[in-house]
Design a protein. Structure first.
Lengths: 267, 335
């Protein structure tokens, strides 16, 4: 499978895409950093609300260990959705535009082909997550003094550990989003249809239904993945969120492979 | 007409009763095919004949509904066993539009575990060296087709499958593609190239497979399909030609109008007819006398009656027409 990963990395990693991702990560760090620090309350933050709607950071939480990457974690829910939409577009374009056909002639084992492509996307995502976390940390370092947040506690060993855990949970959530995106792309194939279906489900549908049906926060895939990325929330603890997400991802991966292997490649 | 006996020697490709059925349509209908190793074979049939579907089955992209076979000695249902020895361009060339031609070949070399050192050679072979750094989306149709062929040649394949490589090209592009395809068959490589236009292929192919509606009409050496001679006749007016046609048909002769392939009906010649010369018609002069008599009996004086050399394309169209008549007869029997 390594040859597929290598080929896909050759496709994904080049100067233009690198500059684009760097610009996006820089913009993310600036916008998220500003909004978190500008909205930070002096009092300690209360209990978190429903998934994805945490009330925000406090000066106390920002100045503690892990405070340097708190802005990254709070904003990372958007990273998951961004990955979801991007992977749908990449995979569906492959399947509808004929490039998957070109690749399948070179690697007819479709399980390897799809798994390799997803693995390459995750490798790139890992790099982007790490870079985004580093840039958000740098932005936080600039912003913290302006909003009276002490940064002495950010450079301890414990803070480094928190940063690694944050990156890991975000990456786990991103991996889940990527797998679901792959399933949506494989099922619908057409880019606009797959994007409409994925966007409609994970965006308005899950959130609107969860407003009136609270178990949705614990069971809808998008809400579960959001909880994983945030390290758990009031509705769903991290452990349960991680297990649920893993089961969902396994089912989604199996379904995507089943559909892909059964279908003729006609585009 | 059909070569029922498999050719002797090594076979690059051999399938039996290959079928592909979709819900309400049969794309390939019990196709049996043997392709000797080392030939440049034309795979010819009208649009919708099943050429692309057949090739897609050879490449493991489409799963056959029935039948089996081997490609380069490996079972058709195990494409991983042979695809590394096969190069293919099927349907339109599909590459990453934002990446250069060279980068696209690098990606394919990586996935196929092919030495990327071959990339300059294949780019040179298809004449794309100067534009290799341009993005794929900036290529003309001809350049895209050539990049597709370069990709197919990356692994120095034993079997090359090209699906309508000249499709959409201008006359100069068609000529260049024909020259390129002829060169690709040198050195013992087997080439299977499809087209709906026999004239594109007859100059470069030494083997022909003709199909229509998913069935084989002919397969064998291109020389075996050579046109032979027909008898051409002409009348003064189209209605006279119609009368003569009717009379000749009633007498059991195969007759067809000239210029069947005229693109514009206004260009069609409605006064000319062509009578096929079969084995049972004996001497050409006897046939001419008989035709002349039949025309006279129908009240028509011919203005021209002469032998006419038939092209490969005429024979191909006859085969397609014969198959259509057979199918119509079978349908009629079932009604």
């Amino acid at each position: 499978m390594t040859h597929v990963v290598r080929a896909e990395l050759l496709r994904l990693v080049h100067r233009r895409s690198g500059l684009g991702l760097l610009a996006a990560a820089t913009a993310f760090a600036a916008v998220v950093g500003l909004s978190i620090y500008a909205g930070a309350t002096a009092a300690p933050a209360g209990p978190a609300g429903p998934a994805g709607r945490r009330s925000g950071a406090s000066v106390a939480s920002l100045s503690g260990t892990g405070g340097g990457t708190e802005a990254f974690v709070v904003g990372a829910s958007f990273v998951g959705f961004f990955v979801f939409v991007t992977v749908i577009a990449l995979m569906a374009a492959d399947l509808s535009g004929g490039t998957f056909r070109t690749l399948a002639q070179r690697e007819p084992r479709r399980v390897r082909l799809l798994a390799g492509k997803v693995a390459a996307v995750l490798a790139v995502a890992a790099g982007v997550v790490a870079a985004t976390e580093a840039l958000t940390f740098a932005a936080s370092l600039v912003l913290a003094p302006l909003y009276g947040v002490p940064t002495a506690g950010w450079f301890s060993l414990a803070s480094l550990g928190d940063a690694a855990v944050d990156a890991g949970t975000v990456l786990a959530g991103v991996a889940g989003w990527a797998v679901f995106a792959t399933l949506v792309a494989v099922v619908f194939r057409s880019v606009p249809v797959a994007l409409a279906a994925g966007f409609g489900w994970a965006g308005p549908f899950e959130n609107i239904v969860s407003e009136s049906w609270s178990p949705g926060y614990r069971w809808f895939p998008g809400q579960v993945l959001a909880a994983v990325i945030r390290g758990g929330n009031a509705e769903l603890g991290f452990g349960r969120a991680a297990v649920t997400a893993a089961v969902y991802a396994a089912v989604a991966a199996a379904a995507a492979l089943w559909v892909l292997c059964r279908r003729d490649v006609t585009a | 007409m059909r070569h029922d006996d498999p050719p002797s020697g090594d076979l690059a490709l051999s399938v039996r009763d290959l079928s592909k059925r979709y819900r309400n349509r049969t794309a390939v209908d019990g196709l049996s095919l043997d392709l000797p190793a080392g030939v440049v074979a034309g795979f010819v049939g009208p649009n919708g004949a099943g050429k692309t579907t057949t090739m897609a089955m050879f490449l493991g992209l489409v799963r056959p509904t029935g039948g089996d076979g081997t490609v380069l000695g490996h079972p058709l249902d195990h494409p991983a066993g042979y695809l590394h020895r096969v190069g293919a361009l099927i349907e339109s060339p599909a590459f990453y539009p934002a990446r250069s031609g060279r980068d696209n070949l690098r990606i394919l070399a990586a996935i196929a575990r092919i030495d990327p050192g071959r990339i300059p050679a294949v780019l040179d072979l298809v004449g794309l060296t100067d534009r290799a750094g341009d993005r794929f989306r900036q290529y003309s149709l001809g350049m895209k087709q050539r990049l597709g062929i370069a990709a197919a040649l990356l692994g120095d394949p034993e079997l090359l499958i090209l699906d309508e490589p000249a499709n959409g090209l201008d006359p100069e592009g068609v000529r260049d593609m024909r020259t390129l395809v002829a060169g690709l068959g040198q050195g013992g490589r087997t080439v299977l190239v499809s087209s709906h236009d026999l004239s594109e292929l007859e100059q470069v192919c030494d083997w022909l497979v003709l199909i229509d509606r998913g069935r084989s009409l002919y397969q064998g050496p291109a020389a075996g399909l050579q046109g032979g001679t027909a008898l051409g006749l002409r009348t003064r007016r189209p209605e006279e030609a119609a009368r003569v046609r009717q009379a000749l048909r009633c007498a059991g002769l195969a007759v067809s109008p000239f210029d069947r392939a005229a693109a514009d009906p206004a260009d069609a010649d409605f006064t000319g007819l062509e009578v096929a010369v079969g084995d049972r018609h004996g001497d050409l002069a006897d046939l001419a006398a008989r035709v002349n008599q039949l025309a006279f009996d129908a009240g028509v004086v011919l203005t021209e009656l002469a032998p006419r050399r038939r092209s490969l394309e005429d024979r191909y169209l006859d085969l397609v027409k014969t198959e259509l008549v057979k199918t119509d007869l079978v349908k009629g029997d079932h009604r």
